[in-house]
Design a protein around this ligand. Structure first.
Ligand code: MOS
Length: 743
């Protein structure tokens, strides 16, 4: 008998703490005697700082320090490349010189006794520049785009890949689509802004800091300040949304630590919403071309995908923009190409579904367009080109449920009621459209470790330096531990978010459950073995004999196989052993499996839109995402996570766009009034479902991960629905009202 905790739709175990204010986020960790720091952001997009009027501001009420490159300490900035950092280039060094590389770069910090005093002084600080005109618009620069250096070093994004002769096959194809796509720069905009509270004790530094990757933040700050890694402690029990923006350690963390050291007291630094648009990464704008060639029966003959992303001048950010085009469909001739345009901008970073969300938008809009040219149902076109293996890597899929997702989704959505003719369906004055698109994201598995501890009171503790940015990691990991140990969830306490816990990978890439979950499972098995060994070695425990071979665990009790006696509970064994029994474990992907199988989650996304033909407003009326993502640890949390991702997809499709002033690089809509994100009124009925998918290869838990895939297919499903509603094909995101008013 097992407890079957995995698969239960348990509510969040941290839900009560979150709604009652008990959950503490970075900025909640107020320290005794703390001062407040405010960043002064550059108001030039390129050039040099010529003057900083620190003196006038230093005399303002409550001001303790004004720190700029003129008086900031020269920091070690030792070598450190976390797995999350661009392999090529060097991170921004703050307050180390007079250079301005992009609009909004931190040029000073003001520290004061209250936040109000710090804000007033920061606003009053006069900074003069010798400004130059930055280059921030990639559209005219594609000819000068470069092959990403990192792709030559085994980065996931291939610069050039393919098979056959795609250009020749396109030229001779009976039916063709050849179009360009332009997706706006986006900013993550989680509810919780970046925040750090920094406190020094001699040469030891504690950071209460918003992070998806606490051990990386620890290593990064240690390298920047030239400290031993163990001298830095990062604490982050809760993250109020992140979507990728807290994967890297951005300059504000360094600034908080500089300020705290300079003024000799703890310092709190919280970014303003506006500053969230400057130095904490963004989804790069992308420009893409997709060309598809097919025979008149719908069989794909050629697929060309050329993608351009933007990066900064000082670092090379790459993402997997074109990779899905290699394996989503069966096609003998494929050519993909990925290039970068260097701009006077801050370095972009991963944003939910990084690469895939943008690349799949272009591909799935083109496939939809092809379906109309062929006179085929878009789902049938995909079925016709469903591959048997991953033709890019020439590997079997560990599992692939794409068509199962389409079948289940079509049934629920009522796809058969759709009249295939564009602009044919109405609800009163409104034009109704139904669209569909595929989603895909790799099933990663990163090395992780975990510690499990059995206590004399019969409970267990699990510790990992992971994060929980909102998907329910506290709950789902507790379920994995409870199931493995055979304990009720109430008897398991799972802790995360401290850099002195066993190391975990970044909380991103949809790999937390695969990686951290597998490590927790292994640690729980290891601690059971350790407990069995102790029990057998313990003279007072007569029942178990000499060896642990003949014993087993059942519902948290150790017994001899075949025995009917209740056996010995973890707590008894721990008590006899004189305290807690601990074991750690580390896990990573089996290289044999990785060599043999192509591992991805797949999904089918359906959206219905209503377009007002007079004023051009677009409303998503309902959406259904159906995913094949391996085993689902907690269906309630998984569905909630996917609905969140689909909401992000609505933002990508219809609202989110960071607009830069091409004269100076200033984001002109760096606030929530003009950077639009979906709010409750924009969100229709959204459902997420999972097909039953058993993947014996992917990892010990059989999970593929869900964080990214739910955003991936949403924007193309909406764009395809907009075309179906109106007959207007929009290949630029976000789709705007103006785009609807062309006829
Ligand atoms: Mo996700 S973009 O890896 O936080």
């Amino acid at each position: 008998m097992t407890t079957n905790v995995i698969g239960q739709p348990l509510p969040r175990i941290d839900g009560r703490a979150k709604v009652s204010g008990g959950a503490r986020y970075a900025a909640d960790f107020n320290q005794k005697g703390q001062a407040y720091a405010v960043i002064v952001s550059a108001t030039a997009g390129l050039g040099r700082i010529t003057e900083i009027g620190a003196e006038a501001v230093s005399a303002m009420p409550g001001v303790i320090a004004v720190i700029s490159h003129l008086n900031a300490p020269r920091l070690a900035y030792g070598e450190h490349k976390g797995s999350i950092d661009p392999a090529i280039g060097e991170r921004l060094h703050v307050l180390q010189d007079d250079k301005v590389r992009f609009w909004g770069q931190p040029v000073a910090i003001v520290v004061a006794d209250t936040l109000d005093h710090a804000e007033r002084a920061a606003a009053a600080l006069n900074v003069a520049y010798a400004a130059e005109r930055p280059v921030v618009n990639p559209t005219g620069l594609l000819a000068s785009a470069v092959v990403p250096e990192a792709t030559k070093r085994g980065g996931r994004a291939d610069a050039d890949a393919g098979r056959g002769d795609a250009d020749a096959a396109l030229a001779s194809a009976e039916v063709k689509v050849d179009e360009s796509y332009d997706i706006a720069r986006q900013n993550h905009n989680p509810m919780e802004p970046h925040a750090t509270v920094a406190a020094w004790d001699g040469d030891r530094l504690t950071l209460w800091s918003k992070s998806q990757y606490v051990i990386n933040e620890q290593a990064e700050i240690a390298a920047i300040f030239g400290l031993p890694v163990k001298n830095v402690q990062v604490i982050c029990p809760f993250v109020g949304g992140a979507f990728g923006t807290s994967l890297r350690t951005w300059p504000h963390v360094t600034l908080a630590a500089i300020a705290a050291r300079q003024v000799g007291r703890p310092v709190k630094l919280v970014l303003t919403r506006k500053q969230m648009f400057f130095t904490t990464g963004h989804r790069p704008r992308t420009l893409q071309r997709i060309a598809l060639g097919a025979a008149s029966d719908g069989k794909l003959k050629s697929l060309i995908h050329e993608g351009y992303g933007e990066t900064s001048r000082y670092e090379e950010f790459i993402e997997a923009l074109t990779s899905v085009s290699g394996f989503l469909y069966s096609c003998p001739n494929v050519r993909t190409r990925y290039r970068l345009v260097k701009l006077d901008t801050g370095t972009p970073t991963y944003m939910r579904g990084p690469g895939e969300a943008s690349g799949v938008f272009a591909l799935e809009c083109a496939v939809d367009e092809l379906s109309y040219k062929l006179g085929l149902d878009p789902i049938e076109l995909r079925r016709l080109n469903e591959p048997e293996i991953d033709e890019a890597e020439e590997k079997l899929f560990s599992s692939r449920s794409l068509m199962k997702c389409y079948d289940a989704g079509a049934e629920r959505f009522g796809w058969s009621k759709r009249d295939p003719k564009p602009r044919s369906m109405r609800d009163g004055r409104l034009l109704i459209g139904m669209g569909v698109a595929s989603a895909s994201y790799p099933a990663f598995h990163a090395p992780s470790s975990a510690l499990a501890r059995l206590l004399p009171d019969g409970t267990a503790e699990i510790e990992v330096a992971a994060s929980d940015m909102g998907p329910g990691t506290y709950t789902s990991m507790t379920q994995v531990a409870a199931e493995t140990l055979g304990l009720p969830v109430e008897n398991v306490r799972f802790s995360l978010g401290r850099s002195d816990y066993p190391p975990a990978p970044s909380h991103g890439g949809s790999w937390t459950m695969a990686s951290v979950g597998s490590a927790i499972r292994a640690a729980c098995i290891a601690v059971q073995e350790e407990a069995a060994r102790r029990a057998v070695a313990d003279q007072r425990s007569s029942v178990f004999g000499e060896s642990i071979d003949g014993v087993m665990w059942e519902e948290g009790r150790l017994r001899r196989r075949g025995d009917t006696a209740p056996g010995q509970a973890y707590g008894d064994i721990a008590a006899s052993a004189g305290g807690a029994i601990e074991a750690s474990a580390s896990t990573k992907r089996d290289p044999d499996v990785a060599g043999k199988y192509s591992m991805h989650a797949f999904g089918a996304v359906f959206a219905e839109v209503a377009v007002d033909p007079d004023v051009g407003t677009i409303r998503v009326r309902r959406a259904i995402g159906t995913y094949g993502a391996g085993r689902i640890i907690n269906p309630r949390l998984a569905a909630s996570q996917c609905v969140g991702g689909m909401v992000g997809g609505i933002g990508m499709a219809l609202m989110e766009r960071t607009v830069l002033d091409t004269r100076d690089g200033r984001p002109v809509n760096a606030h929530m009034a003009d950077y639009l994100v979906p709010v409750n009124l924009d969100i229709p009925d959204i459902e997420a479902h999972f097909v039953n998918e058993v993947d014996p290869h992917v990892n010990a838990l059989g999970v593929k991960g869900l964080g990214e895939i739910a955003l991936v297919g949403m924007a193309p499903a909406i764009a395809n629905a907009v075309f179906h509603a109106t007959g207007i094909r929009v290949r630029t995101l976000p789709i705007r009202i103006e785009d609807m008013l062309v006829s």
